[in-house]
Design a protein around this ligand. Structure first.
Ligand SMILES: C[S@@+](CC[C@H](N)C(=O)[O-])C[C@H]1O[C@@H](n2cnc3c(N)ncnc32)[C@H](O)[C@@H]1O
Length: 279
């Protein structure tokens, strides 16, 4: 495994327990938007790559029902364990979760190659070393006419971006890209992501958006959120001795944006890109 994937796996292993557990509606509504765009049907076979704790996988499993199949794969063993536990607690026997590399997924050989109805991947592709090659490898796993759907971050609220600027002196270009602030590369625009899918061989590629309101009760809540998501890597990039000052500066910027009751409200634009395997 290359250095990038080792770093990402370590990051999400460390996050798995608190990820999406700090009282901010973020990953679930984003994943649910993707699932509703993909519209899984009873009996269908689905694969969710980079499934995390199951924000997309579990709604997909409910939709395909007991006659369907929902396979989730993630690079992080801790995420896999959390996701398995959640699926089992809900009695979703149609779910299987395993360690899987979305860059080059190798599916369990059950004698049905290329039979997937859909592949989903929510907030994952920008972590991959080569998104174009990965999307190309997913294509033959779909049956002809099958569909793929990915979510990525589109434009960010300028106010929120101003707060996150505190990290900038410490981050490499590669790290900024991973957070996909939409500044560069294929994830900077709808056209860029559509082109990725088209070049990977998908047809009838299209984009929709979700404008998500993101709420924090106070600046400390924002801090807990930032430590529970990929942004934790940003904090880790700040030398320990400088972290208190950076946190103070971020919270000073947040305080400027707070409502009278101290709460904070941002917008996150999310992009859903769908494509099909030629039927
Ligand atoms: C931002 S989280 C999204 C998780 C989930 N899809 C959700 O919407 O909550 C990114 C996930 O992608 C996983 N990931 C990153 N690189 C991966 C790879 N090469 N193969 C499989 N999973 C990967 C991480 O471990 C993490 O669980």
């Amino acid at each position: 495994m290359d250095e990038q994937r080792r770093r990402v796996r370590g990051l999400f292993d460390a996050l798995a327990e608190t990820y999406d557990q700090v009282g901010v509606e973020f990953f679930a509504p984003i994943a649910e938007g993707l699932v509703s765009a993909l519209a899984p049907q009873p009996g269908e076979h689905a694969l969710d790559l980079g499934c995390g704790r199951g924000a997309a996988l579990l709604p997909i499993a409910r939709a395909v029902g007991p006659t369907g199949r929902a396979l989730g794969g993630d690079l992080s063993p801790h995420m896999v364990a959390q996701c398995r536990q959640l699926a089992a607690a809900e009695g979703l026997d149609q779910v299987e979760v395993r360690e899987l590399d979305a860059q080059e997924p190798v599916l369990p050989d059950d004698g049905h190659p290329a039979d997937l109805d859909l592949i989903s991947s929510s907030l994952v592709v920008f972590f991959l070393p080569d998104p174009l090659a990965a999307l190309g490898r997913w294509l033959p796993l779909l049956r002809p006419g099958g569909r793929v759907g990915i979510s990525t971050f589109a434009g960010q609220d300028p106010a929120w971006a101003h707060v996150e600027e505190v990290f900038r002196p410490y981050l490499t270009a590669e790290m900024l890209d991973a957070r996909t602030s939409g500044r560069a590369g294929p994830f900077a625009s709808d056209d860029g992501v559509e082109e990725l899918l088209q070049r990977a061989g998908y047809t009838d590629v299209r984009t929709t958006h979700l404008h998500l309101g993101v709420h924090f009760t106070d600046p400390e809540h924002w801090y807990r959120f930032s430590m529970s998501v990929g942004q934790r890597a940003f904090w880790a990039a700040v030398p320990e001795g400088e972290r208190p000052a950076i946190k103070d500066e971020a919270q000073r910027r947040l305080a400027d944006l707070a409502a009278d009751d101290g709460s904070l409200h941002f917008a996150q634009d999310v992009r859903y890109t769908l494509g099909f395997r030629h039927g």
